[in-house]
Each structure stands twice: as structure tokens, then as C-alpha cells.
Design a protein around this ligand. Structure first.
Ligand code: URA
Length: 239
């Protein structure tokens, strides 16, 4: 049976499905020695030699799943054209092509799932999955109960209303307020932009929970393998 080249690359752990599409359109993939740059290209799953940057892909790479406590100053894209430190750099010793499920800003810390399971990364990054995410934000500025209610009901970002969410003020630190937010969307710089809309500035942001997973004892920059049970939960996820 024929399958999309993009999916074959994702299943082989080369990249998430979306990034695999980018690899194809940028001309880095060959099939039986011929460069293919059409994203929708389909081929029989067996009997072809597929290479990325001249290296053959292997259909049976073991799947790896990690939970990273992301440190500040590290970006989540696979490759950086400006030579900045990436999450992939933190996993160099694992010797596998790994990518993140979703993204965190350069200066956001906390829970990030890193894997070579392109199918899972694709499914969980899709907005229809509504994964629960919890953040702790240090916010400067005049954010009172009224602003909090407004943010919980939803504000417009890029012309589209954010979904209802839960926000709890848990205290103060260094003269700023600390809020916990539970959201299930993953729009670009969502938490920072939501508070900006209400007149605040987020000066520190940490993701404290993703699909029920927490950093636990991991220090920033440390990671651990997910347990089989945790992997199962993610795979069954409509959390
Ligand atoms: N919201 C943000 O503003 N940044 C992140 O990294 C994650 C959520």
C-alpha cells in the first residue's frame, strides 16, 4: 500500500510530520537516488531506498520518549540558523534525531516532551487534542481580579478569541504577582500575549504540567525517560 513520504519519514523518527514536509520541500530527501520535493509524494512502504541529506532512514528505529525540564536560553526548533543553543543540543549523547512535542519560548522553562515518535508529536501538537497545560507566570503590572476574569473568559489574539481558561493568583514574588494558568491551547507566546492584553508583563514563565506530567525532581536542563505507563497515557491522550 502506498503511503505519503512525509509519514514514512515521521514513522522512521526523522522529524515530526510537519517538519518532515519541510525537509521534503527544501530538497533534502531522495527516493532511490532521485530528489523529491513534492510534499504529497506517495510511495510503496517497502522496497525503496529513502535518504535524508544522503543518509538512509531506518524504519525500525526504537522510539524514545523523554521529559525535559527546559532551561532558559534554549530554543525548541530543530536547527537554528543563528547558531543558538537548541533542545536537540541537550540530547546529543542520546545519538538520535529527536524533536519536541509543541514549543516553548526561548526563555520559558519547564515540562517539554522530547521524542523521535513523529506520529505522536504530530497528533499531540494538533489543536483538536486539547492537551491540558499548566503554567506559573510572574507578572508585573496592574492585574487585578477584573483583568483575571477577562483573561479567563478569553481575549482576542491575532483576531481569534482564546478559549476559556482557569487563572489563580497564588501570591507575590520580588514585588510581582504569581499566577497559575490552566489552558489547553498552544498558540504562539500565548500566556505572555494574554497578560500583555490586560496591561501586564510576564517576567518569568514556567510550564509546570503537560498532560499530567510534571518536572518533579528534575533541575532545569535535566531530563529523564518517560515510563511505559506515561507513554501509554500520552498515546491514549485526549487529556
Ligand atoms: N505561552 C507563552 O507565552 N510562552 C510559552 O513558551 C508557552 C506558553
Amino acid at each position: 500500500m502506498k503511503e505519503r513520504l512525509q509519514n514514512i519519514l515521521a514513522k522512521a523518527g526523522v522529524a515530526s510530520r510537519r517538519s518532515a514536509g519541510d525537509l521534503i520541500s527544501s530538497g533534502r530527501v531522495t527516493v532511490d537516488g532521485v530528489r523529491v520535493s513534492e510534499k504529497g509524494f506517495r510511495l510503496e512502504q517497502e522496497g525503496h531506498s529513502v535518504e535524508v541529506d544522503g543518509k538512509p532512514i531506518s524504519a525500525n528505529v526504537p522510539k524514545l520518549y523523554f521529559l525535559l525540564n527546559k532551561p532558559k536560553g534554549v530554543i525548541t526548533t530543530a536547527r537554528d540558523t543563528h547558531d543558538r543553543k537548541t533542545v536537540a543540543d541537550l540530547f546529543e549523547k542520546e545519538g538520535a534525531r529527536l524533536f519536541t512535542i509543541g514549543r516553548l519560548d526561548k526563555d520559558t522553562t519547564g515540562v517539554l516532551i522530547v521524542t523521535n515518535d513523529g506520529d505522536l508529536a504530530h497528533r499531540l501538537s494538533h489543536p483538536s487534542f486539547e492537551i491540558d497545560k499548566e503554567y506559573e507566570a510572574l507578572v508585573e503590572g496592574p492585574i487585578g481580579p477584573r483583568e483575571v476574569r477577562r483573561l479567563e473568559r478569553g481575549v482576542k489574539l491575532d483576531g481569534k478569541q482564546t478559549s476559556p481558561c482557569l487563572i489563580v493568583r497564588i501570591g507575590e514574588r520580588n514585588g510581582a504577582q504569581v499566577f497559575r494558568l490552566r489552558i489547553h491551547e498552544g498558540r504562539k507566546r500565548q500566556v505572555r500575549r494574554m497578560f500583555e492584553k490586560a496591561g501586564g508583563v510576564v517576567t518569568d514563565l514556567k510550564r509546570i504540567r503537560y498532560a499530567g506530567l510534571e518536572t518533579g525532581k528534575l533541575k532545569e536542563g535535566e531530563y529523564r525517560k518517560l515510563t511505559d505507563k506515561e507513554i501509554d497515557i500520552l498515546k491514549r491522550s485526549d487529556i
